[in-house]
Design a protein. Structure first.
Lengths: 281, 260
């Protein structure tokens, strides 16, 4: 009990724990749609792309860097979505070029001009230090937007995720839904970037969703289980990060990976069989 | 079986050129779908069968010419089985329900919606599979589930892409009879198939295409050696068996191989 209560006396840890748990929940929730659409690579690329926007926005408009990085992220997300849909050959290569170029730009800008916000290492691997109330409010706003979108467009989103071609001819505005999903994904990455870190966000999008898929054949249950695993990973990872003295993102991801291994050991071939096809584009 | 198309027009394709990424797949296509039509689009791989289906669906836009739909036309589409991820976490009833048009904003289904799903699954003989995961169905059951999903939209026109591809002979018969029943119930049907003997010869109306419409009419009018040679680029023989046309490959040394 002492182990749990001791760090809570620090305000920075309270905020960190809250943001890490909420981040895990958000990424676990939205990750179900990303993984089932075979977009895991896009999530990975997008987080790197946003890092470029993060660095550039700090340089040109430090006080609005979240806004700038958000716009950069949304533009990247829509560009990636367009490339992924329209390119018959080499979509992965195109995404790789767009996002890694953006990431390289971010690294160069950080190296040359430094930062007025989070440190380079914090941006890459996550940090519990310096979380502001504004960031918490921003994260809550993205959660409300995400849950609201999924709640109100549940059936159309499910149809567009499972069978976009038929959904399109059945009256579902697939392009609009996909664009909205990409915007929400970029906002979710931006809002969780400070705690989980750019390089590790993709793992938190993918791991809870894959584990949830291994545990259930029901879409509704997969959403719930993935959210719970994400929350648990964020919560537990923060504590381990505090005691181990390592970046929070690394421990959050390692907790998720440990859960994956445990579930794999329990479900064995049955779980793996369920997760087959999650990388299909 | 009627179905050669004499009722009111649902879709008119006139003088259409269409394709993808500026390459032309279909040239000068004129094709009309009538209210009572039951048509098979036949042709070799890459001939433009699916492109013609997509023109009817409206997901491919013509480079030139016109595609005109009857106002308020309700169309439903059954894709090829391999186009979806069968490991997706869905039960049969969840999959069917997703196509139901609704203005409802809540995620969960209502009792009347569930009753509608049960009724359409019963009609297709798979009500007992409602709670089963979609991966655990046979090819024929998966095809029936897709049909159920399409029928929940109460379509006037049903479009199917290779509905008998990859299914066994018995399932092919089942699907053919099922489609015939739906047609009897007043649903216009257009499907693509490369299966001349198993599918096309049983349909009341066939369109042969190879980048353009080669011929259209009843099997008796269309399944002829000259039309087949123009369509498939190979010589074939046509035999009569129990009043049906049967196509066999014509081979110089060993005749008698039945064609697909």
């Amino acid at each position: 009990m002492e182990t749990i209560l001791e760090p809570l006396q620090y305000a920075f840890f309270q905020k960190g724990l809250l943001v890490a748990s909420l981040s895990g929940a958000l990424l676990g929730f939205i990750g179900v749609y990303i993984v089932l659409r075979g977009m895991s690579y896009i999530g990975h690329g997008l987080s790197h792309s946003i890092f470029g926007g993060f660095a550039a926005a700090q340089l040109f408009a430090a006080q609005f860097y979240i806004l700038g990085a958000g716009l950069w992220g949304i533009a990247s997300a829509l560009a990636i979505n367009t490339v992924a849909k329209k390119s018959r050959v080499g979509a992965d290569a195109a995404i790789g070029v767009i996002t890694t170029a953006s990431f390289a730009l971010g690294v160069a800008l950080f190296a040359k001009f430094g930062t007025s916000g989070p440190s380079f290492e914090s941006a890459l691997f996550g940090s519990i230090l310096g979380i502001t109330t504004e960031q918490i409010i921003g994260l809550l706003a993205v959660i409300v937007l995400t849950v609201g979108f999924v709640f109100l467009r549940y059936r159309a989103l499910l149809f567009a995720t499972f069978d976009p071609d038929v959904a399109d001819v059945s009256g579902v505005k697939v392009n609009r839904i996909e664009a909205m999903l990409m915007i929400i994904l970029s906002l979710a990455i931006l809002a969780t970037l400070t705690v989980v870190g750019v390089t590790l966000v993709a793992a938190m999008l993918v791991i809870p969703a894959v584990v949830a898929r291994m545990l259930t054949d029901s879409f509704g249950k997969m959403l719930a289980i993935s959210t719970i695993i994400g929350t648990f990973s964020g919560f537990t990872g923060m504590y381990i990060s505090y005691y181990a003295g390592v970046p929070s993102g690394t421990m959050i991801v390692l907790v998720g990976a440990t859960i994956f291994l445990l579930v794999l050991a329990v479900t064995g071939g049955r779980g793996l069989k369920r997760s087959v096809g999650l990388d299909a584009h | 079986m009627t179905g050669t198309g004499v009722g009111p027009k649902l879709i008119e394709i006139n003088g259409v050129e269409a394709g993808y990424d500026k390459s032309v797949v279909l040239h000068d296509v004129n094709f009309h779908v009538h209210e009572d039509q039951f048509t098979g689009i036949v042709g070799p791989s890459g001939a433009g069968k699916t492109t013609l289906l997509r023109l009817l669906l409206g997901t491919v836009k013509p480079y030139s010419g016109t595609v005109t739909n009857m106002q308020g036309l309700r169309t439903a589409y059954v894709p090829q089985l391999e186009t979806v991820n069968w490991n997706f976490p869905l039960t049969v009833s969840e999959c069917v329900l997703m196509s139901r048009p609704t203005k409802r904003k809540l995620p969960w289904s209502t009792q009347p919606e569930r009753d509608e799903v049960t009724a359409v699954l019963e009609r297709l003989g798979i009500a007992q599979l409602a709670d089963r995961h979609i991966r655990d169905l046979s090819g024929g059951q998966q095809q029936r589930m897709f049909l159920a999903r399409a029928l929940l939209r109460q379509p006037q026109l049903l479009l199917l892409d290779e509905p008998t591809s990859g299914v066994d002979v018995s399932t092919r018969h089942d699907i053919l009879h099922l489609l015939a029943d739906l047609h009897e119930d007043g649903v216009a049907i257009v499907l693509t198939t490369h299966d001349l003997n198993g599918m096309a010869a049983h349909l009341p109306h066939i369109v042969c295409i190879n980048h353009r419409v080669i011929a259209e009419g009843t099997p008796k009018q269309v399944i002829t050696p000259p039309v087949l040679e123009q369509t498939f680029g190979a010589r074939m023989e046509v035999l009569e068996h129990l009043g049906m046309r049967v196509v066999v490959d014509e081979q110089p040394e060993h005749k008698g191989s039945v064609s697909n």
